[in-house]
Structures are given as structure tokens and as C-alpha cells.
Write a protein that binds this ligand. Structure first.
Ligand code: TYD
Ligand code: MG
Length: 466
């Protein structure tokens, strides 16, 4: 019998050390190391292996029939539906809507005559039912259970017709007899995931594992599961806003750039097929300080409104505040506007906000942010049918960005007529066909001059207000 001994395993990154330490040397986290019983067989000799046939890359591989969930935004992210036998990890912060999304997917699939099993390790069956009835999904033939023992779950799933989809909510609550350590530890999570993975591969059932994420965006514990599963999806959003985005950070059966957009409503998650239209709804295009940025979220073009407020300061040190934008990028844009745009911003408080609770993290958002700032400072209202995209360099030059064609087409689709972009941006004939009037801009000096031209010129300089 293999002798069991203790191992000290970091619950954050899974690194193993030989003694307990306050700080994990691999990931630098404090108080994450826990003693677990390691029953792995360290240095036994390997005997009795059988050799197997090796194959070539060319050969018959039947094209996989994908299982469509029926929730289009979800299918887009998985790369056009589930692949049978695949295992998906769905990560997200507590309360973001993972259970809601999954019960909706289960119901959509179950109503199409597939066997769907939903195992909750966190909620009682009554709670899951209550949520389903709130979502008007109570009549869907989803098979429910509240369980945490992996062996029991697999035995249950093995009974009767093969399940098309098994949802495990969440992997952190599962435990298996295969691992001796306590539930919730890395060893348990890993062993439970492995058992479920084997079940998926041998039966062809699709398994979705829910994983809770820590504050800094890592899937706690289940980080060690990420490499085993076929796809890692993360469900993100700002709890104060209704939008939720589903992204794939790993996908063995599709691209990872796709995102799905949902809106949390009183009746669960609603799909948002045209996010740009939603994000721009309610836009006040008659006020200065707002510019529309033709952005990209992964492979998907998305128009966002960037709002700026530049107001004379009453403080010794003016305020610079951002929401949904990087503070350092704002500082850089302001420095470039001062150095190369001829603006004096030292006596103004400056606020920058991305409307709708979204984030504009792309460098391509620089030009729109600069335009919004100049518009607010000068009081010039930007044309309502104008979009911006381009990166600003420290020299003041506006630099080209990728996916110009997709940005232009999205803007044209939403009724925009003009796009301000880098002069050096290569535009193919095909992209030109978007129908937008292109306004190339070489540097911030040009941008400031073009916007200031249309300013009402009624704004007093800051010194006269004091
Ligand atoms: P939930 O799916 O339980 O989150 P998770 O499983 O990721 O922890 O969703 C929790 C939140 O969603 C909860 O705070 C309430 C909100 N919600 C709605 O706004 N509308 C709804 O129809 C439902 C079911 C939930
Ligand atoms: Mg939940």
C-alpha cells in the first residue's frame, strides 16, 4: 500500500512545498498554504505498460455535431455550440449571474428534448426551483438535485438515458473519495474535476463546471482546473450595472476573441444582439464633452460613448478622476494635449467616464477620449454622427489601430456618417465601402484645431474666474 504523507499545497496556485510557510513562494500570496494528505505514489517503478498504435494527422475524423444551447450569445462564445464530451469552466464573481445563466441554458436545451441535469452544491432544490419559476422556466424538464459527492453524482448521471448536459454549480463545493483532503481544497477540486472530466469523455455528456473567482479575477482553487478543461469562460460585469459579458479565455473548439453580451433584467438574463445600440441609447449628442468611440471587444465591434468634463478647479491640486478608463492613459493624453495640442489644463478639474458601466481599455480609445476632453474644454459640440478611433503617441501623433474595417462597418450600421482616424491608417477599398466619410487626423494639434474651430468661444479663460 502506498504510504500517505503530508504535502503543503497553496490553495491559490497549487504549488507544493515541503513545509508550511506563511507566504507561497510561487504566487506570493499570504496564508494560502494548507496541509493536505498526499497519497500520490512518488518513486515507484513503472511496470507492465502496453504499447499502443501511433497515428498520423491525416485520417478520418468525423466532423463533430455541435449541440446548440439555444441561447445565441452563449453559442457565439463557445464557438457555435457545445462539442459533445467537452468540459467547460464558467468563472465569475459571486452574484454576477452564473447560476441564472446556466439555469436558462439548461431550460433552453431541455425543452428541445435533451436530457439535462443541474446539480447544485450551494443551493437547495427549492431555491433553484424558486429561481426557475421567477424566470418562467419551471415547466422545462430539467432534472435537479442538490448534491456534493462526485461518486453519487456520476452514478446518478449514469442511470437512464445519456445526459446531453450536466451542470455542476460549483466545483468548489464538490468532493470525492478519490482524494483524502477536506472539501474545497485544491486536491479535492482537482480530483473532482478529473472524475467529472473522465465521465464527460467516456459518455459524451457536456459538463459545465461553475468556478468562483477571487477579487483579482482568478478562478480561486479551480485555477488548477483551467488546464484540464476544454474551455474557460468568464462571466463579467459591474454589479451596479445591468450589462454582463461572457468571454472565452481558452477554447479548444473555437476562437477566444468572441464575447456574448447579456442584460440582467427582472426576468433573468436577456440576450443583447446589438450592444452598440444599447450602449448609445439615451445619448445626449447636443452637449459638449461626449465622443463616440468605435471600439472592439475581442472580435466584436462595439460603439461606446466617452464623456469628459473639464471644469475650472477650486482646489490647489486639480482633480483627475476616471471611471471605466485607465488613469495613466488619461494622464498621458492630458500631457500630450498640453505639450503638442497647445492646451493649458493645469487649472481644470478633469473627469472621464465611459457611459453604461463599460471599460475602454484599448489604446484605440485615446483619440475619442482626447476629442471628448477638447470638446468639453472648448464647449464645441462634436457632430452627433461622428466616431473616433486611434492611438495617441507621446509625440502627439495619431497612430493606426487594428480592425479598422470592422469598426467602420459597425459605425455605418448604427447610422454614423463620419469617422476620425489616424492619417496613417491603411484603409482597403472594401473597408472604404462602409460609406463613412473618413477624416484622417495626423496629430493632436490637428484634432484640437478642428474641434476648436466649431467652438462657440464664449467660455471664459480660467484665470478670469478667480
Ligand atoms: P446568481 O445567478 O445567483 O449569481 P451567481 O450564481 O453568479 O452567484 O445571480 C445573482 C444576482 O442576480 C442576484 O443578486 C439577483 C440577480 N437577479 C436578477 O436581477 N434578476 C433575476 O431574474 C435573477 C434570477 C437574478
Ligand atoms: Mg450561483
Amino acid at each position: 500500500m502506498a504510504k500517505s504523507r503530508s504535502a503543503f499545497i497553496c490553495q491559490n496556485c497549487g504549488a507544493v512545498s515541503s513545509r508550511w510557510q506563511g507566504k507561497c513562494e510561487a504566487c506570493n500570496e499570504w496564508n494560502t498554504i494548507t496541509e493536505e494528505i498526499d497519497s500520490s505514489i512518488g518513486s515507484q517503478r513503472i511496470l507492465g505498460g502496453r504499447s499502443f498504435e501511433l497515428e498520423t494527422l491525416i485520417g478520418s475524423s468525423s466532423t463533430v455535431e455541435r449541440v446548440i444551447s439555444g441561447v445565441e450569445e452563449f453559442d457565439r462564445v463557445t464557438g457555435g455550440g457545445f462539442v459533445p464530451g467537452s468540459v467547460i469552466l464558467l468563472g465569475g464573481e459571486p452574484g454576477i449571474g452564473k447560476s441564472t445563466l446556466l439555469i436558462q441554458i439548461c431550460a433552453a436545451l431541455a425543452t428541445r428534448k435533451e436530457r439535462v441535469i443541474y446539480i447544485s452544491g450551494e443551493e437547495a432544490v427549492a431555491q433553484v426551483r424558486l429561481r426557475a419559476s421567477r424566470l418562467n422556466l419551471a415547466s422545462a424538464p430539467v432534472e435537479l438535485a442538490s448534491a456534493t459527492q462526485v461518486e453519487d453524482i456520476l452514478a446518478t448521471c449514469g442511470n437512464g438515458k445519456r445526459a446531453a448536459l450536466i451542470v455542476i454549480d460549483s466545483i468548489q463545493t464538490m468532493h470525492t473519495n478519490l482524494a483524502p483532503s477536506a472539501p474545497g481544497t485544491v486536491t479535492q477540486v482537482r480530483a473532482s474535476a478529473q472524475a467529472l472530466l473522465r465521465h464527460a469523455k467516456s459518455t459524451g455528456s457536456i459538463v459545465i463546471l461553475v468556478g468562483h473567482v477571487t477579487k483579482d479575477g482568478q478562478v480561486a482553487g479551480p485555477r488548477v482546473v483551467e488546464h484540464m478543461v476544454d474551455a474557460v469562460l468568464s462571466f463579467e460585469g459591474d454589479a451596479a450595472h445591468h450589462f454582463r459579458m461572457l468571454r472565452a479565455s481558452k477554447n479548444r473548439f473555437g476562437a477566444t476573441g468572441e464575447i456574448g453580451v447579456f442584460e440582467m433584467t427582472g426576468l433573468g438574463l436577456a440576450e443583447v444582439a446589438n450592444p452598440s445600440a444599447l450602449f448609445l441609447a439615451g445619448r445626449d449628442s447636443a452637449a459638449p464633452g461626449a465622443a463616440v468611440f468605435a471600439g472592439m471587444e475581442g472580435q466584436r465591434p462595439m460603439l461606446l460613448e466617452i464623456q469628459a468634463l473639464v471644469a475650472p478647479t477650486s482646489l490647489g491640486t486639480p482633480r483627475r478622476a476616471v471611471v471605466g478608463f485607465d488613469q495613466n492613459r488619461l494622464s498621458m493624453i492630458l500631457a500630450v494635449l498640453e505639450a503638442h495640442g497647445g492646451l493649458k489644463l493645469g487649472l481644470y478639474d478633469i473627469y472621464l467616464n465611459v457611459a453604461g458601466g463599460l471599460r475602454a481599455d484599448e489604446p484605440a480609445a485615446d483619440l475619442a477620449a482626447a476629442a471628448a476632453l477638447v470638446s468639453s474644454l472648448t464647449g464645441a459640440i462634436l457632430p452627433a454622427d461622428q466616431t473616433f478611433f486611434g492611438e495617441i503617441g507621446l509625440s502627439g501623433a495619431v497612430r493606426p489601430v487594428i480592425h479598422a474595417g470592422m469598426r467602420l462597418r459597425e459605425a455605418a450600421k448604427l447610422g454614423f456618417h463620419q469617422a476620425v482616424l489616424a492619417q496613417a491608417q491603411q484603409i482597403t477599398d472594401d473597408e472604404r465601402r462602409s460609406g463613412l466619410v473618413l477624416r484622417p487626423c495626423a496629430d493632436v494639434g490637428q484634432l484640437v484645431a478642428a474641434i476648436a474651430q466649431t467652438a462657440p468661444n464664449t467660455r471664459p479663460p480660467p484665470s478670469s474666474t478667480q
